[in-house]
Design a binder for this molecule. Structure first.
Ligand code: FNR
Length: 391
């Protein structure tokens, strides 16, 4: 794909759909159950109206900010996206490399197809490691030590995954059967791959990712793709675990998956340094509020004690601006760059970030706001019932 032709993220999404087998595209694109939250995450931004200040001359617009003390070129961070190596050869390394070159943070998922050491080496920028407690505390302790030695600067602990969400598209596409390596079970689902020879050639030349090299289970070696569902169920993260992680990892901790003010307080009590208001991109519990709607309650509960970030539904620079107006320090993007990766590898991720960066810059100019960090509530109008939730 000629990525310069992509005008917006939706264009990259369409290009990803063309290049990827249906099962892989749907794995990125889909959500849980009726996909209500997936849709709300995007649509809720429509309910926020800008209040621009016109006729304002600004000599230098500024998008740089800091998150947990690290300076980044724009308030947009790459979220952890598991199995990125399935979208494009060495996918996690490719995405990390782009993040570094544009001056932002890459977050590596526990469920990565590439070694965490290789991913860190692939980027010149800062990187965070997202931790699932798969395999228990001993396995986590070893991974935390590897992440520390490799140079990851923060640990992102995802707390909304006590079980994998019900992704109906994955079931229909045979994602379960496809990872069994049993030819008879796989057979009914292989046609969707046969019609995407370009993807197939890349997948096999890259070794045909079927395992997660950063989850090393004692006596078993790297965890296989087929075992993820069961492993996640056995790895629920509790507040007590978070306190344990606080002791095991001396650096900053980001708690990802907070929906309500009470959990923000619990995260702070357990030692979090930052919180991500996230519903996993609508892939876990369906029918929860869109994250942008949940944000004001969490910001109020955090009382300025920790940095509050947000992810979910970011497809335009205007969405980023709205999240910052409502108190987010920065946002994380998931699908926006995953579509780019699936569509065209490095060029696609770069284009996704560039689209959002240029959009955000244009938005602050049109708002008459000198910098992204100066965005606040005075630049937006939100529906009255959103305000009512914040006590
Ligand atoms: C994710 N997300 C995710 N989160 C996490 O903590 N660990 C993970 O391994 C994954 N894996 C993953 C795979 C795919 C394909 C997607 C799309 C998402 C969730 C991700 O970090 C983030 O919360 C959402 O993607 C944000 O929503 P948007 O930007 O995709 O709308």
């Amino acid at each position: 794909m000629n990525t310069s032709r992509a005008v917006n993220i939706e264009d990259l999404r369409r290009a990803a759909r063309r290049r990827l087998p249906r099962a892989v595209f749907d794995y990125i694109d889909g959500g849980a159950d009726r996909e209500h939250t997936l849709a709300h995450n995007c649509r809720a931004y429509d309910d926020i109206i800008f209040r621009p200040r016109c006729a304002v001359a600004v000599p230098n617009y500024e998008m740089r900010t800091t998150v947990l003390g690290t300076e980044i070129a724009m308030p947009i961070i790459l979220a952890p996206v598991g199995s990125s190596r399935m979208f494009y050869p060495r996918g996690e390394e490719v995405a990390a490399n782009v993040a570094g070159s544009v001056g932002t943070i890459y977050t590596l998922s526990t469920l990565s197809g590439c070694l965490l050491e290789d991913v860190k080496k692939a980027t010149t920028g800062p990187a965070w490691y997202q931790l699932y407690l798969i395999g228990g505390h001993d396995v986590a302790r070893a991974t935390i030590e590897r992440a520390r030695l490799a140079g990851y600067s923060a640990l992102v602990v995802t707390i909304d995954t006590p079980v994998a969400g019900m992704r109906e598209r994955d079931l229909r596409n045979g994602m379960k059967e496809l990872v069994t390596r049993n030819p008879w079970k796989m057979l009914p689902f292989v046609m969707q791959f046969a019609v995407k020879p370009q993807w197939l050639a890349g997948f096999f030349s890259d070794g045909g990712m079927m395992k997660f090299p950063n989850v090393v289970l004692p006596g078993e070696g790297p965890m296989l793709y087929a075992d993820v569902g069961t492993a996640l169920e056995a790895s629920v993260v509790t507040w007590a675990d978070l306190k344990w992680i606080r002791h095991a990892w001396q650096g900053p901790i980001v708690v990802k998956g907070v929906h309500i003010g009470d959990d923000a307080r619990r995260a702070i009590d357990a030692g979090a340094n930052a919180i991500v208001v996230s519903n996993h991109g609508g892939r876990q519990l369906d029918d929860v509020h869109a994250t942008i709607r949940a944000l004001p309650e969490v910001v109020a509960a955090a009382r300025g004690q920790v940095e509050v970030l947000l992810d979910g539904g970011i497809r335009r620079g205007g969405d980023v601006a709205k999240a910052l107006c409502l108190g987010a320090r920065a946002v994380l993007i998931g699908r926006a760059y995953a579509y780019g990766l699936g569509a065209a590898g490095e060029a696609g991720v770069r284009r996704a970030v560039e689209i959002l960066r240029a959009d955000l810059l244009r938005t602050i100019k049109l708002l008459g706001c000198p910098s992204t960090s100066a965005l606040d509530r005075s630049y937006v109008e939100v529906p009255a019932e959103w305000e009512a939730r914040v006590k």
